[in-house]
Structure formats: structure tokens, C-alpha cells
Design a protein around this ligand. Sequence first.
Ligand code: ATP
Ligand code: MG
Ligand code: MG
Ligand code: MG
Length: 485
Amino acid sequence: MKTSADIRTLFLEFFRERGHEVVASSPLVPANDPTLLFTNAGMVQFKDVFVGKETRSYSRAASSQRCVRAGGKHNDLENVGYTARHHTFFEMLGNFSFGDYFKREAIQYAWEFLTQTAGLPAEKLWVTVYEEDDEAADIWLNEIGVDPDRFTRIGDKPGGARYESDNFWSMGDTGPCGPCTEIFYDHGPEVEGGPPGTPEEDGDRYIEIWNLVFMQYNRDKDGNMSPLPKPSVDTGMGLERLAAVLQGVHSNYEIDLFRNLILAAAEVVGVKDAGQSSLRVIADHIRSCAFLITDGVLPSNEGRGYVLRRIVRRAVRHGYRLGADGIFFHKLVAPLVAEMGEAYPELTQAQAQVERALRQEEERFAETLDQGMKILEADIAGLSGKEIPGETVFKLYDTYGFPVDLTADIARERELTLDMAGFEREMAAQRERARAASQFGADYSSDIEVRCSSEFTGYEHLIDRGRIAALFRGAEPVEVLHAGE
Ligand code: ATP
Ligand code: MG
Ligand code: MG
Ligand code: MG
């Protein structure tokens, strides 16, 4: 069997042999982009190369990039524990062309890698292109010879803006953009879900494994698109998704690396049945938490640190759910180092600091978790409807250190919802009290934007960085995530 580590090497060597410079993963905190919360794709470290602001000694590169998608534009936190394919932390395998090869070679390389090097049967693969990308369609259908029955053109989202499509990528509102082509793997009729482009596509039967982005245009502020003088390629394939396919399992959580982490989690939590979703959540979260700390993030009440705190506390709560007796989460750093330390020496090096930081955060939350849970359970037991009152959500948040998404996670398990309007009223009252107590007479209300969603897509308080200290003076603990991160 090919292990995750074997597959990472297989990919990088394939592209090295084809003239690509193998570049190490960059850290999770992006060096060149303050607007981005975390590195969430392989191309992030090459952004300036793509826009021509930076030049390198090579025009082809390949990497296995550590990524976090929790908070920010790409947020998969709420998918963890529910889908077979999403993590908060994952590795993105990618090959890149900086004005070197374009669609033809990119598609040929991808197909050759999957069907020959990795040995996947062509009839298990499904290909999509952007609706208008005749060039890519022609390469797939007439040069590669994919079966037209497993090929879909994907257009703009119904009701969405022009070029708002899963198969059209843009760096931002302006700048490089272009069509994508994606490759899916069919895990078979036993799994629920339909092919891409159908209403059932969000199921886990057809799992997207590789996205090839063709940076073809530059979009200006008026929305005009002009062809880029040197079109480029950016691709991304989830290592864990590819490993699942190559190891003959359906879920990412059944691959070698995750099996070991889940067993370790079961052991430190003290449960026998390793099939529980909470163990998957814990195994997922130890990776994002440990790597975020390795890359310099520490749990805090704002920005990146608050995202980290939210993930740690969710993991700890899932342990509590399984009946963990005392703190456990930091004990998973050693098993993680055993799995990933060789590929990521920085993780091994930071092991002691990571353990310390996690332990501290666990101890801190342990003081209020049990009490908060008892209050919540009592409230739920007395509930007449299906909604947890805003006062409770606020009390848990304000006094017991329960981030709102953590309470939402519990509610979702019980098929309950949160009274977010009530929560916001409590927040507003809190701010009012803080303002009255503040020595400043100014009105800060316009600095605050509280954004929330009823669909568990995460809850983010976007608050002006400079004003926060004054704003919440005397009203701790308050947890915020800053705007623009
Ligand atoms: P999905 O539609 O399944 O959420 P995506 O379209 O958001 O995936 P891309 O942004 O195209 O993903 O990222 C490129 C590749 O990275 C995907 O094809 C997939 O293999 C992998 N990937 C993306 N998000 C995750 C995740 N949360 N966990 C694991 N792998 C992921
Ligand atoms: Mg996604
Ligand atoms: Mg997708
Ligand atoms: Mg995609």
C-alpha cells in the first residue's frame, strides 16, 4: 500500500522529472498577504510571481503545501465530522507554470499522473471544464479522449454574477483570473451523491480531487477582461483525498495517517469505539492546531489566534462529549509528530512549545467547560421549541468562554438552532455597558459589524483593531475576530 508520505513523494518526483523546481511548503501565516487569514492553497506563496511582481530562477514549480481552511473566505470548519473529504488542515499538492506551459501540458500531466503513475482507472474519473472553455474541452475530449459521458461543462451559478462558477477562478475582484478544469473520482454507487453539475453533487460519491486553474485574463476595476501576456497554471490536489482513492477507502479519515491519529485520539480520550465522529473531529483539529502553533499563532482573543482558540476549544468539547477524564488534546502532538514530523521538521522542532501552548489552553477552558455544559444541558432540557435562547448563547460566550460556533456545533448535534438575534441583542447591550463605563465619550457603534449566518458557516465578529481595547474595557472576556483577516 502507498502511504500518504509515499504519495507526496510520488507527486513531487513526477513533476521534478518534468522540469519542475520542488519548493518547500510555506508557513500557514502568509508572508506576503495581510488580507489573507491563513495559507489556503498552494499558489499563495507564488502570488507575486503570478502577478509579475517577483521573478524566480524557475518557471515551473511543484509543492506540497500545508493549508488551513477555517475562518475567512474558505471555511471548512463546519464540514469536519460531517463530510468524508474536508479537513481544517490538509496538504495541497500542486504544480505551477509561471508563463511556461499552459492548458495542453497541464491537462496531459494531470492525466498521465493519475492514470499511469498512480494507476487509476480512467472510467472512475470524471472531468469538468468551464462552460465557455472550448479549448480545454477540446483537449480533454479529442486529445486525451475522456468519455463524453463523464465530462461536464460547468457554467455560472444560477442567479450568480458573471464568472461566478466553481470552474472559474479569480485572485480577487481585480487581477488574474480564468477558467478551471476539475477532476473527480467516483467512489461508487454505494455512496450517496451525484456527478458534478447535478443537484446531488455535494454528496461524497464523486469527490473532487484535482483543480487545474488556467490564469488566462486580467480583470480591471470595471470588470473588463484582457488576455494575460503570459498565461499561467496553478493546480491543487488534496493529498488526503488522493490517498483515500489510492488506498481503496472512501473517506479521508480512513487513510493511514488518520487511522493512526484516530486510534491515538481514542486512546487519550479513553474510548473503545474508534468509529465516532468526535474522534474524527479531534484527529482533524490536532493537525490544524499543532501546525498553526508551529507557524507562530497562539490562542488569543483576536484574529488568527481566535480562530486557533475556537478550533482547540471545539476539539476539547468533542473530547468532553466522549467522556474524556481531564485534559487530553496536547497528548496528541507526539502521535502527530510520528506521522508528519519527517515531512515537516519544523513541527518536530516545535513539539515542546506546541504541547505547552495546547496544554495551557486546555487547562484554561477546562475551568469553565464543565460548568458551561451543565448550564447548557439544563437549558436544553427545559426547551419548549427547537431554539437555544440568545441569552444562553451569550452567557456561555461571555462567562464560560464558549465561542459561538462551539455552541452551534453542539446545537447541530441535537438538531437545534441558536437564537442569533437574541445573542446580538445581548452583545449590543454589553457594548452599551462597556461604552458607558469607558472614559471615552465617542460612539464606536459604527466600528462594529457583527456578521452571522444561520447555516453554521461560522460566526465572525468583525471589529476594528484599533478601537477594541477601549471598546471592551471592563467587559472581559470578549472574543473577537478582526476585519480583513
Ligand atoms: P470542495 O468542492 O470539495 O469543497 P474545493 O473546490 O473547495 O473542494 P479547491 O479550492 O479547488 O477545493 O482546492 C483544490 C483541491 O484541494 C481540491 O480539489 C481538494 O482536493 C483539496 N481540498 C480543498 N479543500 C479541502 C479540505 N477542506 N480538506 C481536504 N482537501 C481539500
Ligand atoms: Mg470547498
Ligand atoms: Mg469544489
Ligand atoms: Mg475546486
